[in-house]
Design a binder for this molecule. Sequence first.
Ligand code: CA
Length: 229
Amino acid sequence: MKKILVLEDESNIRSFVVINLRRSGFEPIEAASGEEALEKWKVNPDICLALLDVMLPDIDGFEVCRRIRASGSKMGIIMLTAKNQEIDKVTGLMTGADDYVTKPFSPAELTARVDALIRRLGVGEDENATAEIVSGPFLLNTRNRTLEKNGQRLKLTQIEYMLIKLFMENPGKAMSREDILAAVWGSDFAGELKTVDVNIRRLRIKIENDPTEPEYLTTVWGYGYKWGY
Ligand code: CA
């Protein structure tokens, strides 16, 4: 059973999430504080996805997210945010979260997001599919889900990996932000197009020689983006 870390200090919300995850066939690992979440993760390194509340009594959810990512973990991370503010969403995505859900949310909405992210994490992906895509200085290995530039491994989040894979599989093709959103986040993700821009910006910082003058992941003005190599 897939383990999902549920970090939420309000016990009623936590039980609501836990019950619904169990019902959907997951194994929830509960934590009521940031420190507890990191402890639970240490003893359950096979956690594949984390739901992180932002406002907590000790360290906030963004900090937990940062620490998980700092360790190199590629687990899926969904932030649970109470405040419907753009800045929180952007902060969450910039600290390495893959998605966010605004409270209050319905059980259906939560499971849909969890399922979509698990799909993106590649569970059940064809192991015999082509393993390597080469483009310019880049080597993408779809079996290990890794990206190298000039032989140097680049650390990517799951979303960044899905983005670069989409582009490298479609070299030279202009892709609209709507297409990118649907391909990477799934058609059931009622996200904003800005999410695409935020993640492209972050990806460029990692892959471009000069992120302000992108050579590989170029902008198609008024439309979207293209893998220009
Ligand atoms: Ca809280």
